[in-house]
Design a protein around this ligand. Structure first.
Ligand SMILES: [Zn+2]
Ligand SMILES: [Zn+2]
Length: 273
């Protein structure tokens, strides 16, 4: 089975399109590419209902859409027999776990992705000259990123960690032995938390030009019995299933033979590919 469990429901010109027609465009592309099931995972900060969690201009500017409308578009598509799942890409905000849980609790999620894009309000992935990178040495950015990711795993809020080593996005890395330590320590935390990790092709389209996560990190996950999903992080239908031959190759190379499928936040394993 092939799943693409990370994409953003957008219409022409990448505008939000929370409608059946919006969903259908992604479903059609999935069928063309032999992807059996797709999951929508809009950013949590796009929704008015989550406004209380945000303080950054970037988030507040986007925080104006109706979560019910998004959920309805996906749930209704599912009811009509389309191979879609309802998810959300949720930024992990330390200290706000209970609030986040209460806000998201009423909705019929199939799974929730946990992401680290910001640390204490500073961006990890917007530019190599700003955000965290402007103020801290590379080593320290990496250290803080993985602390936050382990926090996301332990929070119990999420089913899958998205783009698990997003911090490498600009190709700036500390010494290999430091990286190895982050991978091991984080894989331990993920194992203890029982969440899955995402094998994402999005990094191939970023400056680093690599899949997330690194083969070593994925092998550390495999050694601990951590399960995986596969993902494109598409913001346009054309990118659904993009470079999935590479994702499957990475997963198999790390020893994976199954992929995790979610329904109503209950997971099961299916043969990979
Ligand atoms: Zn993301
Ligand atoms: Zn995303």
């Amino acid at each position: 089975m092939i799943v693409d469990y990370h994409m953003h429901l957008r219409g022409p010109e990448e505008r939000l399109a929370f409608s059946l027609e919006g969903v259908e465009r992604f479903v059609a592309r999935a069928a063309e590419r032999g992807v059996d099931e797709i999951g929508f995972t809009e950013h949590v900060y796009y929704f008015e209902q989550t406004r209380q969690l945000w303080d950054r201009q970037y988030q507040l500017e986007r925080c104006k859409h109706d979560l019910d409308e998004y959920v309805h578009a996906v749930v209704e598509s599912k009811r009509r027999g389309m191979p879609v799942k309802l998810g959300l890409e949720v930024d992990y905000v330390p200290g706000r776990e209970r609030e986040l849980r209460d806000l998201l609790e009423p909705y019929p999620w199939d799974y929730l992705l946990g992401s680290v894009h910001w640390i204490e309000g500073h961006s990890v992935d917007s530019s190599p000259e700003s955000g965290l990178w402007a103020d801290l040495p590379v080593e320290e950015v990496w250290r803080r990123y993985f602390i936050a990711l382990r926090g996301a795993a332990r929070s119990g809020l999420f089913d899958v960690l998205s783009h698990p080593d997003l911090v490498k996005i600009f190709g700036m890395r500390p010494a290999p032995e430091k990286i190895a330590l982050h991978h091991e320590e984080t894989a331990d935390a993920i194992e203890a938390s029982g969440v899955a990790v995402e094998v994402s092709t999005a990094g191939l389209r970023k400056p680093v030009g690599e899949l997330y996560p690194d083969p070593d990190f994925l092998e550390a996950c495999r050694a601990r019995g951590i399960t995986i999903t596969t993902a494109s992080d598409a913001h346009v239908p054309e990118l659904v299933g993009e470079d999935f031959d590479r994702a499957l190759e990475l997963a198999r190379g790390a020893g994976y033979e199954t992929v995790t499928v979610f329904e109503g936040r209950v997971s099961r394993e299916e043969p990979l590919g």
